[in-house]
Design a protein around this ligand. Structure first.
Ligand SMILES: [Zn+2]
Length: 109
C-alpha cells in the first residue's frame, strides 16, 4: 500500500507522541549530545528503516537532542559535529550507512 501521509504529519500522531514522551523521560529531558536542559528538545531517530513508522522504532534507536544539536543533524555537514548522533539509514540490503535525514524523508513525502 503506498504511503500517503507526509512525515511531518506523522510526528503529530499520538502513537509518536507517546514514544517521544518515553524517550524524553528516559533521558531526563536533557540533550544527550551537549547536556543542555534549557533549549527546546527533540527526539531524534538514530537510524531509519525504509518505510518504518516513526513510533515503531525500539527506544534505543531514539535519542533526545536539543534544538541546536538537532538542527546539526538535519544538515549534510558532519565536520566538527558529534558523529555518534548522525542518523544511520538502513538500506534495502540490510546494511547501514550514515547520512543526512533529508535523503530519506523523501521516501515518506
Ligand atoms: Zn544539544
Amino acid at each position: 500500500m503506498p504511503e500517503t501521509v507526509p512525515y511531518p504529519e506523522k510526528l503529530k500522531d499520538p502513537r509518536w507522541q507517546r514514544v517521544k514522551c518515553q524517550v524524553l523521560m528516559r533521558d531526563d529531558f536533557t540533550c544527550r549530545s551537549c547536556g543542555c536542559t534549557t533549549r527546546t528538545l527533540h527526539v531524534h531517530h538514530r537510524w531509519y528503516g525504509d518505510g518504518l513508522e516513526p513510533w515503531l522504532y525500539p527506544l534505543d534507536a531514539l535519542v533526545t537532542l536539543c534544538d541546536q544539536c538537532h538542527s546539526f543533524e538535519e544538515v549534510a555537514e558532519p565536520m566538527g559535529r558529534n558523529s555518534d548522533f548522525w542518523p544511520l539509514i538502513r538500506m534495502s540490503d540490510g546494511t547501514f550507512r550514515k547520512g543526512p535525514k533529508a535523503e530519506i524523508v523523501g521516501r515518506w513525502a
